[in-house]
Design a protein around this ligand. Sequence first.
Ligand code: ZN
Length: 148
Amino acid sequence: MKIIQEKEYHVDVQFVLSFNWNTGGGGFGFNCDEQGNVDLGAMNEVARKNYLDCVSGAIKVHRVGVERFENRWTSPRIGLCNVCGEEVYLDRFTNTCECGIDYNMSGQQLADRSQWGWETGETVADILSVDSEPPVYQEPTPLDEFDF
Ligand SMILES: [Zn+2]
C-alpha cells in the first residue's frame, strides 16, 4: 500500500474580540487577529452592525478583549489500496477497503479473512471486536460570531 498522507496532529488557533453586556449575561464575539483587528469586509451585515454598535457605544457593552481559542484534532494516515487503488483511512486496528481487502494501521495488507484465527481458534467476529469502539475524531469547527 502506498501511503499518501501520514497521520497529523493539528492545532487551529482563533482569536475572538469579545464584548459583554454591562448588565451581565453574555455579549458579542467577533473573529479577529491576535491584536484584536477585525475584518469588516468578511462579516455579514448583521455582524458588522453589531460590531460597529459595540465599538461606538450605541449598545451598552464593554470590551472584554481578545480571547484565544485552540481546536486540536488529528487527521488519519491514508493509503491507496494495493488492489483497487481507492483511498483507505488507516485509523483502526483493522481497516477495510471498499473492495474488501483489509489493512492494519501501518498499511500492511492482511491475510484473507478465511485464514484469520486458524492458529488461535478465534473467529473473524472476535478479531473485529477489537474495533468495536470507533476512534474519536474532532473535526475543526469554525467559530463564527456568537451571542452568549
Ligand atoms: Zn481496495
